[in-house]
Structure formats: structure tokens, C-alpha cells
Design a protein around this ligand. Structure first.
Ligand code: UFG
Length: 338
């Protein structure tokens, strides 16, 4: 299949691009590089051994999107493009709503106009909010999001559900990611956050190589086994494989399905840090700091539906995630810009 990846130079998208190409598909990228780098595409091309067609454009630019759809007969679209920093979304809600909703609406209008009706969307476990029971299942009612970023994911899910109800030819798969970490085992592509990382694993990696002094663990008084927050960390390559299967699913079904992509296992902050130290033989100095506002104690996925519908399950371990992250960090101390 010929598959358009919006935001295709980003962290999850670049890994998905590799898996799609290696499964025999033809990925095409559109990205405005607002939070990514064309070097990621060059690295993808290095891994797969052939060029990947790519366009520099904003997904909310209808004329540019029309040109891209005129030049390519797409079978499916994976919509990754979007702003994704939780804290930034609290400070700049209008920018987040404008960007994430405009890009989605323009994309869907362009798809409709060109008769492309299969869409896989990058949603997030954040749409569940802080539910009282774990694991999280797709049919659970959201407890409400805690920040504008989360609400954009929530609203986009509703937009796409509405479109698939209105036009039965649409096939939509809403993938709710848990906590993607890790990197391709080549060490060529990985997560390259701009500035000081907000998320745990990129922060740990930068402390491990001495770029940051120490990790702050946000709270050790949660009602969890060791008091630190528990999350469902999933290797980005497992996640990427889930997208390949979601495209196959969209090609053979109509309607709208919500599917969790997680391992089904929760690990604490301390589990992750100690595993990272053990498998990489490095020190990661840390201090216990106050809780981060908006954080929840624990969540992890019920991945049963992904297995039933996609035949997918996560295969890589927390050790793999820690090893692969460190390899990318060591090979690319300044990220893609180095
Ligand atoms: N944490 C620390 N120190 C840090 C960073 C994080 O202790 O410097 C802790 C957090 O308190 C939390 C855990 O590590 O317990 C994971 O935090 P992340 O920031 O890595 O991830 P979150 O679970 O907060 O958020 C992630 C994505 C969001 C997404 C959400 C979905 O970043 O985009 O999962 O559940 F919405």
C-alpha cells in the first residue's frame, strides 16, 4: 500500500516508516519540521536502503495537501502530525487547539475530496484521564483529560468517529499509545526532544551520558509498590509494528475502532531507572522530588483487543528499551543536529 505519514519525520513516525517499508509498503512523508528534523528521514533511508518520498509542508495548508494527494494515489494515511508537549499545552492552549484540530480537519477534508478513506490516528492513553481502575480498556468512559494536549486527542477521536459514522466508506483506527520509549536497534533513529526533556526516558538518557546532572523522581508516596509512578512503557519498534497491522486492518474493515497499544505491564519509575543502570552499566544519579502536578499514580493497558483485532502484541522487554535508548543517545549525543 502507498501510505502517507503526516508528521513523518517524528519519533514514532520515523520508526513506523522503517517497519512499513520493510513490510513491503510505500511510505510517503509530509512534515513541516516544527518539532522534527529532515535528518531523521535520511537515517530511515539509510536503514531501509532506498529513498522515501517526502514533502515539506504544513498539514493545515489545503493547497499543499491537494498537490500531495494529486501526485500520489494513497491507500491509507497515518496521522502523526501534532504538537505533543503536555506542559506547553497548558501554557499555550490556543496554539494547541488551533494546530492539532486544524491539521486534522484539513487532512480529512483533503482525504474526502480525493476519495482516500482509510486513516490510522496517533491517539494517546491520556484520553482515559485518571480512571480509578487499571488496566485501561477501550470501552471505559474517559474520566476527562487533564490538559489541552489531551483534549485535542480526545476531540480528534470524536471528529474521526463522526466522519466514519457519516460516511460508511471510511475506516478509522484510533491507536491509544501508552508510554513509547526505546529506539531502533541500529542506533540511527530515536527520540530527539528539543531542549530539556519532559518525559522520563529521554531525561534518564541525558543524565546517563552526563548532559544533565541528575534525575528528579516526581514523588515516592504514590499508592504503588515502591511509591513511584507506574506506567506501561512500550518499545517504539513494537508500537511501529502495530501501525503496520492497523493499516492492514483499515484496508479490510469499515467503521471506527479504538485500540490500545501497550504491553499490559506496569513498571515504576524506579524499576525503569534501575533497569537502565543495570543493563547499560552506567550511573544515573537521582533525587526524590515533589509530585508533578497532573500526574497520576499508575496506568497500564489491557492489550487484549490489539491481539484479537490486529494479531499484535508487544515483544520487546524493558531491558531492550533501556539498551536501545542508551545506544541511540551514545551514538547521537547532540541528537540529529550533532
Ligand atoms: N517522571 C519523573 N521524572 C521526570 C519525568 C517523569 O519522575 O523527569 C515520572 C512521572 O512522574 C511519571 C513517569 O515518570 O510517573 C512517566 O512520565 P512521562 O512524562 O515520561 O510520561 P507520562 O505518563 O506523564 O505522559 C505520557 C506522554 C503523554 C501522554 C501520556 C499518556 O508523555 O504525551 O503518557 O498516558 F499523554
Amino acid at each position: 500500500m502507498k501510505i502517507l505519514l503526516t508528521g513523518g519525520a517524528g519519533y514514532i513516525a520515523s520508526h513506523t516508516c522503517v517497519e512499513l517499508a520493510q513490510a513491503g509498503h510505500e511510505p510517503v512523508i509530509v512534515d513541516n519540521y516544527v518539532n522534527s528534523c529532515p535528518e531523521a528521514i535520511r537515517r530511515v533511508e539509510q536503514i531501509i536502503g532506498r529513498p522515501v518520498p517526502h514533502y515539506e509542508a504544513d498539514v493545515s495548508d489545503r493547497a499543499a495537501m491537494d498537490r500531495i494527494f494529486e501526485e500520489n494515489a494513497f491507500d491509507c494515511v497515518i496521522h502523526f502530525a501534532g504538537l505533543k508537549a503536555v506542559g506547553e499545552s497548558v501554557a499555550q492552549p490556543l496554539r494547541y487547539y488551533r494546530n492539532n484540530l486544524d491539521t486534522t480537519l484539513t487532512l480529512c477534508e483533503t482525504m474526502q475530496a480525493h476519495g482516500v478513506k482509510r486513516l490510522v490516528f496517533s491517539s494517546s492513553a491520556t484520553v482515559y484521564g485518571n480512571l480509578p481502575t487499571v488496566p485501561y480498556r477501550e470501552d471505559m468512559t474517559s474520566a476527562g483529560c487533564t490538559n489541552p494536549y489531551g483534549w485535542t486527542k480526545f476531540m480528534i477521536e470524536k471528529i474521526l468517529e463522526g466522519q466514519s459514522t457519516a460516511d460508511h466508506e471510511w475506516s478509522v483506527v484510533l491507536l491509544r499509545y501508552f508510554n513509547p520509549i526505546g529506539a531502533h536497534e541500529s542506533g540511527l533513529i530515536g527520540e530527539d526532544p528539543a531542549g530539556i526533556p519532559n518525559n522520563l526516558m529521554p531525561y534518564v538518557a541525558k543524565v546517563a551520558v552526563g548532559e544533565l546532572e541528575k534525575l528528579s523522581i516526581f514523588g515516592n508516596d504514590y499508592p504503588t509498590p515502591d511509591g513511584t509512578g507506574v506506567r506501561d512503557y512500550i518499545h517504539v519498534v513494537d508500537l511501529a509494528r502495530g501501525h503496520v497491522l492497523a493499516c492492514d486492518y483499515a484496508a479490510s474493515h469499515e467503521g471506527c475502532e479504538i485500540i490500545n497499544l501497550g504491553t499490559g505491564h506496569g513498571y515504576s519509575v524506579l524499576d525503569l531507572v534501575q533497569t537502565f543502570i543495570r543493563v547499560n552499566h552506567v550511573d544515573v544519579p537521582y533525587v526524590i522530588a515533589p509530585r508533578r502536578p497532573g500526574d497520576i499514580a499508575e496506568n497500564w493497558a489491557d492489550p487484549t483487543k490489539a491481539r484479537a483485532l490486529l494479531g499484535w502484541q508487544a515483544e520487546k522487554t524493558l531491558e531492550d528499551m533501556c539498551r536501545d535508548t542508551f545506544r541511540f543517545q551514545q551514538k547521537n549525543p547532540k541528537g540529529y543536529r550533532g
